[in-house]
Design a protein around this ligand. Structure first.
Ligand code: HEC
Ligand code: HEC
Ligand code: HEC
Ligand code: HEC
Ligand code: HEC
Length: 457
C-alpha cells in the first residue's frame, strides 16, 4: 500500500504541471464559451433594445436612429459618390438655382454615349439620363431631372420616396387603395405627400424590425409570377422566407416596370416570367408602348433597371446569394454583427462583400468582375450599332417611300431589338449579375435588327 502511494505521489509530481495546464486551459475555454453564449443572448435581445417605441407609420429615419444609431449612420453614408470602372457614380459640380438646387449631379450617360439619344428619340430619356447614385439622392434626383419637362405621374414616387405612410393615410389603412389614388395624381401634387427618400419604414416592420414588403406593385407582381409557376394566391409577406426577403425588399424598386392604362398604375410585367424575352412577349400581347419613336414612327418600349430579373438568371441568384449579401454585407460593431446599410457598389468593399465566400485575393476578384464587365460592354456596343443601322435604314426607306407593309414589319423588329438591348443596357451591373443571360439577350437583339434590315430588302 505504502509503496503504491509513493508511486502515485511520484506520478502526481511528474504529471502535476501538465494537469495544471489542462485545468487552466479548460477554465479559459469554459469562460470564453460562456462569454460567447452571453454575446449571442445579447444579440438575440437586440430587438428589445428599443427604448423609444416607433410609431407604426414613422417615416422619419432620425427617430429610428435613437434605437439603431449604427444602421442610421451607415444609411446616411449613401451620399458618397465614388466611380468604379463600370459603376458607382461621379460627383459633378452643378450650379444650384431656384429651379434646381442640387450642388452636385452624377455624370450624364447621354454624353458618354450619344447613340442612346437616337435609341430614345422623342422620349423624355433622350433629354436627361444620368448614372444612378446613392439612395440619399433618390427623391431630389427625380424632382429635378430634365425628364420632368414632360409632366410625370404620381406613380414615379413609389420607388423614389418613403411613401408607405402616405399610402396608408390616403387609403385610410388600405395600402392598395392609397397606392391607386397616389398613382393617378399628377407628380407635382403627389410629391407633396412625401418627405424622405426610402427609409427604415419601407423595409422594416417597426415593432419587430422584421423585413417586409410595402409596395403593392411588388406584392401583385410577385403573385403573378408565382401563379405563372403554378403557385396560387401567393402572399409575399406571409409566405416568403427570410432569405427571399433579403432580395425582395430591393426588388420593390430595382425592377422593370410600366404604367398601366389611363390611371398610370405602376405594374411589374411578370405574368409570363422574369426573362427579358418573356417580358417582351407580355408587352407584345397587351400591345403596350411607352412612346412613338421620333425618327422611325415605331411604337417602342423603354426597359428600366431590371436588376432583380437579371440577378434571378445568374449563378449567384441560383445559389441563393441575395442582393443584401453583396450590397449590405455584415460588419462587426463591438460585440454585435450588423448589416451594412451603406448600400453601394460591392467593388468598394470586396473584403466584406465577396471574400466571405471567395477565398481569392482582392485584386484578382476585381479583375474577374471587370473582365466580365469589359466583355459585356463590347457586346453592348456591337448590339447598339446594329440597332442604329436598323433605325437609319427605316428612316431611309421612309424617305424613299417604300411599301408600308415592309416598313411596318421593320418597325416591329426595331421595337423588339430595342427592348432587348435596352434591357441589357439598363441593368446596372454591366453584366455581372448574369453575364451569360445578358449575352443571350443581346444576341437575340442583334438577330431582330438583322431581320429588320432583311424586311426592308
Ligand atoms: C454576388 C454579388 C452580388 C449580388 C448577389 C447582387 N449584386 Fe448588384 N452588383 C454586384 C457587382 C459586383 C456590381 C458591379 C458594381 C460596379 O461595377 O461598381 C453590382 C452592381 C449593382 C448596381 C449598380 C451599382 C453601381 O454602383 O453602379 C445595382 C443598382 C445593383 N447591383 C443592385 C442589385 C440588386 C437589386 C440585387 C439583387 C436583386 C443585386 N444587385 C445582387 C454584385 C452583386
Ligand atoms: C419601379 C421603381 C421605379 C419607378 C416607378 C421609377 N423609378 Fe426612377 N429609378 C429607379 C431605380 C431603381 C433607379 C436607379 C437605377 C437606374 O438609374 O437605372 C432609378 C433612377 C432614376 C433617376 C436617376 C438616373 C437617371 O435616370 O437619370 C431618375 C432621374 C429617375 N429614376 C426618375 C424617375 C421618374 C421621372 C419616374 C417616373 C416616370 C421614375 N423614376 C419611376 C426606380 C424607379
Ligand atoms: C424605394 C425604392 C428602392 C429600394 C427599396 C431600393 N432601392 Fe436601390 N436605388 C433606388 C433608386 C431610385 C436609386 C437611384 C437614386 C439616384 O440616382 O438618385 C437606387 C440606387 C441604388 C444603388 C446605386 C448606388 C450608387 O452609389 O451608385 C445601389 C447599389 C442600390 N440602389 C442597391 C439597392 C439594394 C441592394 C436594395 C435592397 C437592400 C435597394 N437598392 C433598395 C431605389 C430603391
Ligand atoms: C432597402 C431596405 C432597407 C432599409 C431602407 C433599411 N433597412 Fe435595415 N435591414 C435591411 C435588411 C435587408 C436587413 C437584414 C435583415 C435580415 O437579414 O434579417 C436589415 C437589418 C436591420 C436591422 C437588424 C440588425 C442588422 O443590422 O442586421 C436593424 C436594427 C435595421 N436594419 C435598422 C434599420 C434602420 C434604423 C433603418 C433606417 C435608418 C433601416 N434599417 C433601413 C434592409 C433595410
Ligand atoms: C454568399 C456567398 C457569395 C458571395 C457573398 C459572393 N459569391 Fe460569388 N459565387 C458564389 C457561389 C456559390 C458561386 C457559384 C460557383 C460556386 O459554386 O463556387 C459564385 C460564383 C462567382 C463567380 C463565377 C461566376 C460564373 O459565372 O461562373 C464570380 C466571378 C464571383 N462569384 C464573384 C463574386 C464577387 C465579385 C462577389 C462580391 C461582389 C461575390 N462573388 C460574392 C458565392 C458567393
Amino acid at each position: 500500500m505504502k509503496l503504491l502511494n509513493k508511486e502515485k505521489l511520484k506520478k502526481i509530481i511528474h504529471y502535476g504541471p501538465l494537469l495544471f495546464i489542462i485545468a487552466i486551459t479548460t477554465t479559459v475555454l469554459l469562460v470564453l464559451f460562456i462569454i460567447n453564449i452571453f454575446e449571442k443572448q445579447q444579440e438575440a435581445k437586440y430587438y428589445q433594445y428599443k427604448i423609444h417605441p416607433i410609431a407604426p407609420l414613422e417615416d422619419d429615419p432620425k427617430l429610428w436612429a435613437l434605437d439603431f444609431p449604427h444602421q442610421y449612420d451607415d444609411y446616411m453614408k449613401t451620399v458618397d459618390q465614388i466611380r468604379t470602372r463600370y459603376g458607382g457614380s461621379e460627383a459633378l459640380p452643378h450650379t444650384p438655382s431656384k429651379a434646381d438646387p442640387r450642388q452636385v449631379v452624377a455624370q450624364s450617360k447621354l454624353e458618354e454615349d450619344p447613340r442612346l439619344k437616337k435609341m430614345w428619340a422623342g422620349y423624355a430619356f433622350s433629354k436627361d439620363f444620368r448614372e444612378e447614385r446613392g439612395h440619399a439622392y433618390m427623391l431630389q434626383d427625380q424632382l429635378y431631372t430634365g425628364r420632368q419637362a414632360v409632366p410625370q405621374p404620381g406613380s414615379c414616387l413609389q420607388c423614389h420616396s418613403s411613401i408607405y405612410k402616405a399610402m396608408m393615410v390616403i387609403g385610410e389603412g388600405d395600402v392598395h387603395k392609397g397606392f391607386e389614388t397616389l398613382n393617378k395624381m399628377p407628380y407635382k401634387d403627389a410629391v407633396k405627400n412625401v418627405e424622405h427618400p426610402v427609409s427604415c419604414l419601407d423595409c422594416h416592420e417597426p415593432s419587430t424590425m422584421t423585413l417586409r414588403v410595402t409596395r403593392p406593385a411588388f406584392i401583385d407582381g410577385i403573385r403573378d409570377y408565382k401563379e405563372h409557376n403554378g403557385i396560387k394566391n401567393y402572399d409575399v409577406n406571409k409566405m416568403a422566407t427570410r432569405l427571399e426577403m433579403r432580395t425582395f425588399v430591393c426588388a420593390q424598386c430595382h425592377v422593370e416596370y410600366y404604367f398601366k392604362g389611363h390611371d398610370k398604375q405602376l405594374t411589374f410585367p411578370w405574368k409570363k416570367g422574369l426573362k427579358a424575352d418573356e417580358i417582351l412577349s407580355y408587352y407584345e400581347e397587351n400591345k403596350h408602348k411607352d412612346w412613338i419613336h421620333e425618327i422611325t414612327g415605331a411604337p417602342v418600349i423603354k426597359a428600366q433597371h431590371p436588376e432583380f430579373e437579371m440577378w434571378s438568371q445568374g449563378i449567384h441568384g441560383r445559389s441563393g446569394v441575395s442582393c443584401v449579401d453583396c450590397h449590405m454585407p455584415y460588419k462587426r460593431v463591438g460585440a454585435t454583427k450588423i448589416s451594412d446599410h451603406h448600400i453601394r457598389s460591392p467593388l468598394l468593399n470586396i473584403n466584406r462583400a465577396c471574400q466571405t465566400c471567395h477565398n481569392i485575393p482582392e485584386n484578382e476578384l476585381i479583375e474577374r468582375v471587370e473582365q466580365i464587365q469589359g466583355r459585356h460592354t463590347e457586346m453592348r456596343n456591337t448590339t447598339i450599332n446594329a440597332l442604329m443601322d436598323l433605325i437609319d435604314a427605316i428612316a431611309d426607306a421612309q424617305k424613299k417611300k417604300m411599301a408600308e407593309n415592309k416598313i411596318k414589319k421593320a418597325q416591329n423588329f426595331q421595337r423588339q431589338a430595342q427592348f432587348l438591348i435596352d434591357f441589357a443596357e439598363a441593368e446596372n451591373s454591366a453584366g455581372f449579375h448574369a453575364p451569360q443571360e445578358a449575352a443571350r439577350i443581346m444576341v437575340k437583339s442583334i438577330d431582330f435588327s438583322r431581320q429588320g434590315l432583311k424586311a426592308l430588302k
